[in-house]
Design a protein around this ligand. Structure first.
Ligand code: HEM
Length: 419
């Protein structure tokens, strides 16, 4: 507990309040999380688009408590709770299939530990580090392709293509199939896609990944898909094809947009503060830039639901068993109660304070080492190549993604400053 914050028992919340729309109409989801944290409280009843209700944990302490109670106080498995069965999550709600799917982010306890263990045998530190030269090469290639004159959209030309190509290299997906994969994943995660578009993208992605796994069973290569096919515990336990399918599916969905936004959000923060950019250059502090962007410009606004296994009291607010709780990751790093009055300021010299940008506990981001490596290389290569790079529009004119899960710029117009 940090400086002067009241304890959970001391906070008297007049609950239940009537649900507040989340995100607030016309507002970025992270802005709403932070506003609710500062103006309403650590745990707020909210209603998402489509009429789906729940509770939002808005600040560092509330989110930490939820993550600490993972699998003992809170379940991740929507399939065991109301909402999917009682009609409060409509059949065509854009994220319904994600909640129903059989991936590890929806699993608890022993089932989750088994999958993490087997995946860990394939998705090793050595495999991630082995990608570094290829990421350098891909970043260089994309930078070569940027037009030197006039404003350039850095999202379209650099931050968006890089992570998806890296994931495809990791899986061993052939070059000609990569654009299809990217488009399908983007449709699934975009909360503005029409239900029929989502249905088609879903079926196409599943068929694509199923075919890819079959090919790797027949024709093993040095890639993650083959390593997952071959992963085996000492007791002989192996992953089935369906389990591998859901792992690949989850890595695409969890690992693409988040990394795109991390890199883009860091570029905006650095361009908005030339002193920080100069410091990053002088000290070659790109790893610190990445951590500070994860803390203060979180690529995630809110994670998916958790469900209390029994009635719980979270920062003084009583939540009935089974009611969905959203984790407001985007409100944790800028919480003044945890990081002080200047919490929202991007400052790479503040020291590496533990942030929750990759979550915490059993579901801690599986791809954190890859995301860190990729973002560090992407930023150092970008600012190394274009020392005069600057934003082509004031930061407040940049439009952000409409999602309440991940958040980053839709487009990022910059002047490369090449003479
Ligand atoms: C889980 C953030 C990149 C794969 C998570 C969680 C967070 C997160 C907060 C926990 C979610 C929760 O507890 O509900 C991020 C951010 C990224 C990033 C901010 C980039 C900046 C990646 C990448 C991959 C990946 C590159 C894969 C290559 C996963 C997977 C999980 C996960 C598989 C689920 C782990 C489990 O359930 O045990 N991520 N992630 N993520 N992430 Fe990431």
């Amino acid at each position: 507990m940090s400086g002067g914050r009241r304890t959970a028992m001391e906070i008297v919340m007049p609950t239940p309040r009537s649900p507040i729309p989340f995100p607030y109409p016309g507002e970025r989801a992270t802005v709403t999380v932070c506003r609710l944290r500062d103006e309403v409280g650590p745990v707020v009843p909210v209603e998402l688009a489509g009429g789906v209700g729940g509770w939002l944990a808005t600040g560092y302490e509330a989110v930490s408590e939820v993550l600490a109670g993972e699998h003992t106080l809170f379940s991740k498995d929507a399939r065991n709770f109301g909402g999917l069965h009682d009609g409060s999550i409509p059949p065509d709600w854009p994220l319904r299939q994600v909640l129903e799917a059989d991936h590890m982010l929806n699993k608890d306890g022993a089932e989750h530990r088994r999958l993490r263990g087997l995946v860990g045998r394939a998705f090793t530190q050595t495999r991630v580090q082995g990608l570094a030269p290829r990421i350098e090469e891909l970043a260089g290639h994309l930078l070569d392709g940027l037009a030197a004159d006039g404003p350039v959209d850095l999202v379209a030309g650099y931050t968006d293509p890089l992570p998806v190509v890296v994931i495809c290299e990791l899986f061993g997906v052939p070059e000609e199939e990569r654009e299809d994969l990217r488009r399908r994943a983007a449709t699934l995660i975009s909360l503005t896609s029409a239900p029929e578009e989502i249905g088609k993208a879903w079926n196409d992605l599943i068929a694509h990944l199923t075919g890819h796994i079959e090919r790797r069973r027949r024709d093993p290569r040095d890639d993650l898909t083959t390593a997952l096919v071959q992963a085996q515990e000492q007791d002989g336990d192996r992953l089935g094809d369906d389990e591998i399918l859901w792992i690949l599916w989850l890595v695409i969905l969890a690992g693409h947009e988040t990394t795109v936004h991390l890199i883009a959000n860091a570029v905006i923060a650095l361009c908005a503060d030339p002193d920080q950019l100069a410091l990053a250059r002088e000290k070659d502090a790109w790893a610190e830039v990445v951590e500070e962007a994860l803390r203060s410009r979180s690529p995630m606004s809110a994670g998916l639901f958790r469900y209390p296994l029994r009635e719980v009291e979270l920062c003084g607010v009583r939540i009935p068993a089974g009611q969905p709780v959203l984790v407001g990751f985007g409100g944790t790093g800028t919480d003044p109660a945890r990081f002080g009055a200047d919490a929202a300021r991007f400052d790479i010299s503040r020291g590496q304070e533990p942030h929750l940008g990759f979550g915490r506990g059993p579901h801690f981001c599986l791809g954190a080492p890859l995301a860190r490596l990729e973002a560090r290389i992407a930023l150092s290569r970008l600012f190394g190549r274009f020392p005069g790079l600057r934003l082509a529009v004031p930061p407040e004119e940049i439009a952000y993604t409409p999602s309440w899960i991940t958040e980053g710029p839709l487009a990022l117009p910059v002047i490369l400053g090449v003479t």
